[in-house]
Design a protein around this ligand. Structure first.
Ligand SMILES: Nc1nc2c(ncn2[C@@H]2O[C@H](COP(=O)(O)OP(=O)(O)O)[C@@H](O)[C@H]2O)c(=O)[nH]1
Ligand SMILES: [Mg+2]
Length: 328
């Protein structure tokens, strides 16, 4: 049984459980733009060519590249698709759509252990460092994570490591209040010092999860590397084994630029997961697959809107469902 058939069963099951149903809805809504663009074009292609031929393949290839899936991934995908068409003697483009869904899933899973799980510390607090360039959605994602953990009954603390940008500390403070989280932050002083003091407070208050916001605007790579090294050292000295996660935030609407950021950050620090924001704002939701291709770091969370509830653990089944629900 291919993934397409499995997906049908999965969706049927998920529609019966209220919490799962809500999750599917988020993906459904958040991927609307991508779906409208990609799936409607795929349908048009199926009407234009009822039989699979070379022109069909070429148009399909363009379509995938336009969805920001990543050139190498698209090439591999097309190779595999051509082979399958040949070996299984597929000629019907309607049926081929199912095979496409199947193969896109295989790309992502591709004999890697994909885990969206957050590495929780054995002894609290769990420290999550959040990095990324300006405007990608770091602070918003921290707020959304705080809200999520808070609802799970955890004691959360936010530390403002973006100390030099006007208003950044205050912005995080507001989110801390809204999410009932503890807060530590001071303006215009060395971030590593603020983080150190924040961690002391976190331990004193028996906090479960510490989320650390950072600045995204250091003039060059060497500076950024030094800054992150210093921050990591402070965290690790104070809490052995921490940070337990370093999440890189990428704005899905920035396409190739976002991929380049992921590559650059991977070189300067140990990124353990990606938060892909603003998927709702792009028709190029294929970037999830491109990131996998470019850096092979798991996408752990996706932002599917601006509300606090709009950040969700990345789930490949829900994602594929969101893209192809009209076909299921
Ligand atoms: N539509 C949408 N907007 C988002 C999402 N995540 C963040 N934003 C918006 O992106 C803008 C910048 O976010 P901010 O957290 O301040 O970015 P930072 O500079 O990285 O801390 C804000 O207007 C957010 O509301 C998302 O998943 N979807
Ligand atoms: Mg910020």
């Amino acid at each position: 049984m291919g993934f397409f058939d499995k997906l049908k069963n999965i969706v049927k099951k998920k529609e019966q459980k209220e919490t799962d149903k809500q999750e599917i809805k988020k993906y459904d809504k958040g991927l609307e733009k991508t779906r409208d663009e990609f799936v409607s074009k795929l349908n048009v292609l199926g009407i234009k060519y009822t039989k699979v031929n070379e022109e069909y393949f070429e148009e399909l290839e363009n379509l995938l590249i336009m969805a920001d899936i990543g050139v190498k991934t698209v090439m591999d995908f097309m190779d595999r698709l051509r082979k399958r068409v040949k070996s299984e003697n597929i000629s019907d483009t309607e049926y081929l759509k199912e095979v496409i869904v199947d193969e896109l899933f295989i790309i992502y899973v591709n004999n890697e252990s994909i885990t969206s799980k957050i590495n929780m510390a054995d002894t609290k607090p769990t420290v999550i460092l959040v990095v990324g360039v300006n405007g990608v959605g770091k602070t918003t994602s921290i707020a959304k994570l705080a809200y999520k953990y808070q609802r799970e009954g955890k004691k959360v603390m936010l530390i403002a490591g973006d100390t030099f940008r006007a208003g950044a500390v205050e912005q995080l403070k507001i989110w801390a209040d809204r999410t009932n989280s503890l807060f530590y932050g001071k303006e215009n002083i060395d971030p590593a010092g603020v983080i150190y003091d924040g961690l002391v407070e976190a331990k004193k208050n028996a906090v479960d999860i510490v989320l650390i916001d950072t600045a995204g605007r250091l003039h060059n790579k060497v500076n950024l590397m030094k800054e992150l090294e210093k921050i990591n050292k402070v965290i690790g000295t104070h809490i052995p084994g921490a940070p337990h996660e370093t999440l890189l935030v990428i704005d899905a609407t920035t396409g190739q630029n976002g991929i380049m950021q992921a590559q650059a950050f991977k070189e300067i620090t140990n990124i353990t997961g990606i938060v892909l924001t603003k998927l709702d704002g792009t028709a190029k939701g294929g970037i999830v697959l491109a990131i996998k291709e470019a850096v092979n770091i798991p996408v752990k969370f996706v932002g599917l809107g601006e509300k606090m509830t709009d950040l969700t653990t990345f789930d490949i089944e829900n994602y594929i469902y969101g893209l192809f629900k009209d076909m299921i």
